[in-house]
Design a protein around this ligand. Structure first.
Ligand code: PMP
Length: 352
């Protein structure tokens, strides 16, 4: 007889990572094409020589550097094993079984998974037709059981960012007993006229936190380190949910080195932003209704043609991320990679 396990396991979907294929261009996981900066690679190598020791359990130096970098108190910051781990810690910190976690949909695939893992109830609110979050509908969905709302801005996988004006109006409507998590995994790529600074919002309200990561613009996806900023009354419970020692010493050292390399990384995000416009414009010219994107990817709302488009790209040695029946998300790579993708996309249009 098999041991007893949770009876609701079948209701918990598996997280599906972006695929890769040998020799193909990988534009499936919103990573950076360029490897770590030389100064960051050197910090990782240095840290490796002390890998026999456990890391600092609270990532104290990293937290202090982040606090200086962001202009907040160290007590307002906690680091985690990627921001997805912090999303999970947050759900565990605020939700009792049966409590509701609201998010727009489609959005980051992990939200419904981590809600269910914590025995909470995921509540997904359809996005607007242009792929933006429908914050009015999200606010209207709040019930007595709602404990947490994820606002993913820019939204993965569709691309639009929430304007600050719209966010403030939304936050004003949400009762303070409900925590709002601004998931800003792509914050460094935002170039909008009315940008959200989640850290500023989190420091101004008792129920708002910002989640950011070193996986995307900072290029450390393989090392797993992110951070949460917010009021102490939320930071302390979230930190309590951490798996001990889950931020490795290599990750802590690399993240600190990234913070010291500010200008070089800004040049990298600027290059991605320029390529993002070029790729989006080319796709619009091909007739794809690509939403505005403030992240390092574009969304093609292909509906029933999504799987065919994804397979066609793979035949052309370009791996994209397919959400069957809905759309395809394509990471902005370097100019050559983007050209290879656009060439494949052009053929798909003409081949139809
Ligand atoms: N939030 C969003 C919106 C994301 O797209 C991702 C990564 N796909 C994450 C959080 C998690 O990133 P990480 O755990 O690598 O920091």
């Amino acid at each position: 007889m098999a041991p007893d396990v949770r009876s609701d396991l079948d209701a918990i979907p598996a997280y599906v990572p972006g695929a890769s294929a040998p020799g193909a261009v990988k534009l499936a996981s919103n990573e950076t094409t360029a490897g770590p900066l030389p100064s960051v690679a050197a910090a990782i190598t240095d840290a490796a020589s002390a890998a026999n020791r456990y890391p600092d359990i609270t990532s104290r130096t990293l937290v202090e550097r982040l606090a200086d970098f962001l202009g907040v108190g160290a007590e307002n910051v906690t680091a985690g094993c990627g921001s997805v781990a912090l999303c999970q810690q947050l759900v565990q910190a605020v939700c009792a079984p049966g409590d509701e976690v609201i998010f727009g949909w489609r959005s980051f695939e992990a939200y419904p998974i981590i809600a269910r893992i914590a025995h909470a109830v995921p509540v997904s609110i359809p996005n607007r037709a242009d792929g933006s979050l429908d914050l009015d509908a999200v606010a209207e969905a709040v019930t007595d059981r709602t404990r947490l709302i994820f606002v993913c801005t820019p939204n993965n996988p569709t691309g639009p960012a929430v304007d600050r004006t719209e966010l403030v109006a939304f936050l004003d409507r949400i009762p303070e007993r409900v925590t709002v998590a601004l998931d800003e995994a792509y914050y460094e790529y935002v170039r909008s006229d009315d940008p959200v600074d989640g850290v500023a919002e989190a420091m101004a309200r008792p129920n708002v936190v910002s989640l950011r990561t070193f996986s995307k613009a900072y290029g450390l996806a393989g090392l797993r380190v992110g951070y949460l900023v917010g009021p102490v009354d939320l930071v302390v419970p979230v930190a309590k949910m951490v798996v001990p020692f889950s931020v490795s010493s290599l990750a802590q050292s690399a993240a600190i080195a990234c913070l010291e390399a500010g200008d070089e990384l800004r040049a990298r995000t600027d290059a991605v932003v320029a390529e993002r416009s070029r790729v989006r414009d080319a796709l619009l010219d091909m007739g794809h209704a690509v939403p505005d994107t403030q992240a390092n990817f574009v969304w093609l709302p292909l509906a029933g043609a999504a799987s065919d488009f994804d397979a066609h790209c793979r035949d052309h040695r370009v791996v994209t991320r397919c959400f069957a029946g809905d759309g395809v998300r394509v990471t902005i790579g370097d100019p050559d990679e983007n050209d290879r993708f656009l060439a494949a996309a052009r053929e798909f249009v003409t081949g139809m």
